[in-house]
Structure formats: structure tokens, C-alpha cells
Write a protein that binds this ligand. Structure first.
Ligand SMILES: [Zn+2]
Length: 191
């Protein structure tokens, strides 16, 4: 793993060997031949260690990649101590494929958050800011009124949740749901 991460940023040409499928997943700008991942374009290697995906970024076209300060939109994949986010839009631009982001509980909100489950649930669509790219892991924050959940469905009945102050509620089964929402949460505010 250490070896492959050292390859990030390396300049490659079509046919350059990047790695093997046992260590990383082939992403955009790559192809697989006999178990080897090769570059299909001229550019630089980008390795997303969280999803173990390798991408080659073209020298010619300015690539859309998460950078410190980028605003990303993504789907919450799983929630434990951290939340894993699959980012599909960076600074308002859709990307083909995705990057993985990691959101730690200390970066959720300036309000006290007891557990990650009080802030996010798998399937939520959220907006977050990239605060660090240390070790090729994209660390995210939602600690801003404009950041947080944009759209969420009820985990009991699947209805879109509606925002009411700091809580969300289900118009169908009437359950209350806790989330760290963005100020422009898509569900209608009822007060
Ligand atoms: Zn419901």
C-alpha cells in the first residue's frame, strides 16, 4: 500500500504500467491487460487510497479533482465512527465516476454531535467541504450552515423527509429524524 501511494503524481504515457488489479482498482484513464493496470492516456497518476482506485489525469484537460476548499456533493455510503461519502460532484461539476471522502465526527458541526448516526444516515445526499488531502485521503467537513444534508429519505417508510427547525420529520409515518442539514435542505421547511 505504501508503494502504490508513492506512485501518486507520477507522469505516465499510454501503456505505462501503473499497478496490478490485486492492489488497486482501475479508474478513468486506465485499462487492464493480463491483470496489469496500464495508462490509456498521457497524464499524472492520482490514487484515491480510500476507495483504492487509480485514475490518470490528463495533462491537456484540466481535471476535476477534489482540492482543499472544494465543495463536494455526494452520497453517504456508511456511517460508523466516521462517515464515508461517495463524491459525484466537485465545485458544481459532475465527475464521471466518484471520489471517496471521509467525514470525522469532529468536523460535522460546531453544535455538539453525540454520535455520527445523529447527523447522517446511509443514502443521504450531502454537501461538504474538502479540508485536507493528507495521505491521499479526502477529508471532509460539514461545519458550516451551508453544508450538510441536502436530501434524505425516511429510513422507515422511504418518504422524502421535511425539515422543521433542527430536526427532520417524515410526512408519512410522522417519525422525527436527526440530521446535520444544510441551510438549503431540499425538503420544504414547514415553519
Ligand atoms: Zn416515514
Amino acid at each position: 500500500m505504501k508503494l502504490i501511494s508513492n506512485r501518486s503524481g507520477k507522469f505516465v504515457v499510454p501503456g505505462s504500467k501503473i499497478g496490478v488489479i490485486e492492489e488497486v482498482l482501475p479508474g478513468q484513464g486506465t485499462y487492464v491487460e493480463n491483470g496489469k493496470i496500464l495508462s490509456s492516456i498521457t497524464g499524472n497518476i492520482l490514487i484515491d487510497l480510500l476507495s483504492r482506485k487509480v485514475t490518470v489525469l490528463s495533462k491537456v484537460r484540466k481535471p476535476i479533482v477534489p482540492r482543499i476548499g472544494s465543495i463536494a456533493t455526494g452520497v453517504v455510503m456508511n456511517v460508523q465512527k466516521n462517515a464515508n461519502i461517495r463524491m459525484f460532484e466537485i465545485d458544481g461539476k459532475s465527475i464521471s465516476g466518484f471520489f471517496s471522502g471521509l467525514l470525522h465526527i469532529s468536523n460535522v458541526s460546531n453544535r455538539f454531535v453525540k454520535t455520527m448516526y445523529d447527523a447522517f444516515k446511509p443514502g443521504d445526499v450531502i454537501r461538504a467541504k474538502v479540508i485536507s488531502t493528507t495521505n491521499q485521503v479526502f477529508h471532509l467537513s460539514t461545519d458550516d450552515p451551508k453544508l450538510g444534508v441536502l436530501y434524505a429519505l425516511c429510513s422507515n417508510c422511504g418518504a422524502p423527509l421535511i425539515k422543521n427547525g433542527y430536526v427532520l420529520h417524515c410526512p408519512s409515518c410522522k417519525r422525527r429524524k436527526s440530521r446535520k442539514t444544510a441551510s438549503d435542505f431540499i425538503g420544504q421547511t414547514t415553519r
